[in-house]
Design a protein around this ligand. Structure first.
Ligand code: NAD
Length: 342
């Protein structure tokens, strides 16, 4: 492709991706499948990698997508809420591991935490002195929406944190944090999603394309009593700013969050051997259809926080984590076609 052709294709891809982002993140109503979207994003990334002079700061590859809706007050995230780089094959995962080793040094001792990637929407919950004070969506990663009132209606979100008196784990801080921002995912189980859509269809209302959009649409309601009537769940997978305690690894963080009273997925694992990481991902892929919720992949994270900081962030993706995306589902595309055509 000649340089002008490349520039034109890049402009086309950016325009398409921005349009699809708007439908997905703002309207909670996607008009293409995730696989189709991911393919456009991969094409854009490849063209930009070959022509770095054409990268602009507003390219969808450089920023977290999603616009805070004007109906909610805006919340500036004290630390940006990032996205995740994608891997689609074992070769992609090995390339990621090699890059990590190159950056940390070939003799570095590395542990990995592997977590299911439940498909919902990312939120940040702030607790001061053990009390829930604010909850926000990821938005564009820098600025999210204040959905505190809606989040208060979700049973699995603690309004006050457990005192840690009964917990005797020498590896965990013994105190409550003075401040902690807990990050995690709001999601809807598959059976609850189907029941919700049946209920909406019977009432003549618009149905949702998939559990992720149902979760996002249900959380971003002006009236918290509507959110309260929706079967939303939460699981915690990380932290933003923390004061008063020090957390040195992802594994310790997950156990601490569990001790504080947050739901943490039971299927998280820690490995020191990358072959075990690959085997666990494969085992999970086989289990995908038996899960009570929609999972779109696995997330692999470097366990040690000091190593995470050394690896840092590139664009909108941390170098210390990667999402292995499961292959696209046929049924998903069909469901979307039907939804878009009604
Ligand atoms: P992402 O969904 O690929 O990954 C980042 C998100 O993963 C985090 O924000 C968090 O919400 C979630 N997550 C779940 N479990 C996690 C865990 N254990 N640890 C850390 N994070 C976890 O990235 P994104 O930027 O939110 O969305 C991009 C994806 O959304 C695309 O790959 C595409 O599939 C889909 N998308 C689809 C359309 C469409 O029109 N169909 C449009 C935009 C985006």
């Amino acid at each position: 492709m000649s340089q002008p052709d490349v520039a034109q294709r890049i402009a086309e891809l950016r325009a398409l991706i921005r349009r699809y982002d708007y439908h997905y993140y703002v309207l909670d109503d996607p008009i293409v499948s995730d696989a189709e979207y991911d393919a456009l994003m991969a094409e854009l990334r490849a063209l930009e990698a070959a022509h770095p002079e054409l990268i602009t700061p507003d390219s969808p590859t450089q920023r977290v997508s999603g616009t805070p809706a004007s109906q909610f007050a805006k919340v500036q995230h004290p630390q940006p809420m990032l996205s995740l780089g994608n891997a689609f094959t074992t070769a992609d995962l090995l390339a990621w591991r090699d890059r990590v080793l190159r950056l940390l040094g070939n003799d570095a001792t590395i542990a990995y935490v592997v977590e299911p990637k439940i498909d919902g929407l990312a939120i940040a919950l702030t607790y001061r002195d053990g009390r829930f004070v604010q909850g926000a969506t990821r938005g564009d990663g820098e600025v999210g929406e204040d959905v505190t009132a809606n989040l208060r209606t979700i049973g699995s979100i603690p309004l006050t944190l457990h005192p840690l008196d009964g917990i005797h784990d020498p590896d965990l801080p013994a105190e409550l944090p003075a401040l902690i921002e807990v990050r995690g995912e709001i999601y809807i189980r598959t059976a609850d999603f189907e029941a919700l859509n049946n209920r909406l269809a019977a009432a003549g209302e618009r149905i949702f394309a998939n559990p992720r959009n149902a979760a996002a649409g249900s959380l971003r309601q002006k009236d918290p009593s509507i959110t309260a009537a929706r079967p939303l769940r939460f699981f915690a997978y990380g932290v933003g700013p923390v004061e008063g305690v020090t957390l040195t690894s992802q594994w310790q963080t997950l156990r601490y969050l569990r001790a504080l009273g947050f739901p943490v997925n039971q299927d998280v694992r820690r490995f020191t051997d990358f072959a075990e990481v690959l085997a666990y991902c494969e085992e999970w892929m086989a289990r995908r259809d038996t899960l009570p919720y929609e999972a779109d992949g696995m997330v692999i994270k470097i366990d040690d926080v000091a190593q995470q900081n050394e690896l840092g962030v590139v664009g909108r993706d941390p170098r210390w984590a990667i999402a292995l995306k499961f292959p696209a589902r046929e049924a998903m595309t069909r469901l979307l076609d039907i939804t878009v055509n009604v």
